[in-house]
Design a protein around this ligand. Sequence first.
Ligand code: SF4
Ligand code: SF4
Length: 145
Amino acid sequence: MATWQCVKQCGACCNLDPAERPDLDEYLSPPELELYLSMVGEGGWCVNFDHTTRECRIYSDRPRFCRVESEVFQDMYGVEPEEVNDFAIDCCRQQIEGVYGDRSLEIIRFNKAVGLSRGCKDANTPDNFFVFICGVAIYYNNLRI
Ligand code: SF4
Ligand code: SF4
């Protein structure tokens, strides 16, 4: 079974472009929507997102809507606790594919981390190698995970 986890140096969900999230007012309260819109910076990226480290500068104080937590998902999206895992995986995949592409290293790393694909790393696999997706060779650096 796939188990959700956040993958380091991803940050896809920190692209807040409202054009890509047209239903914001359905799951954010008016004050949250105001906060959300105030955080949208250049290219739709959150002003709190550090592009160098690909990490949140205010992680411990990030807003409720940035948190993958059972109570938050139930409250915001009406997702039952037993469905949060699959829902979060779907959300991340959709966001990562939208921001980085469906053939990106980020989606490969995410799929591997949550257990959606076996991944290519085993005792006989080097840290740096190529994977082939739809005939396209992609350089893959396992050390980045
Ligand atoms: S899209 Fe998912 S994996 Fe990527 S930073 Fe956000 S929560 Fe983490
Ligand atoms: S506050 Fe942090 S976690 Fe939330 S979108 Fe901005 S950078 Fe990402």
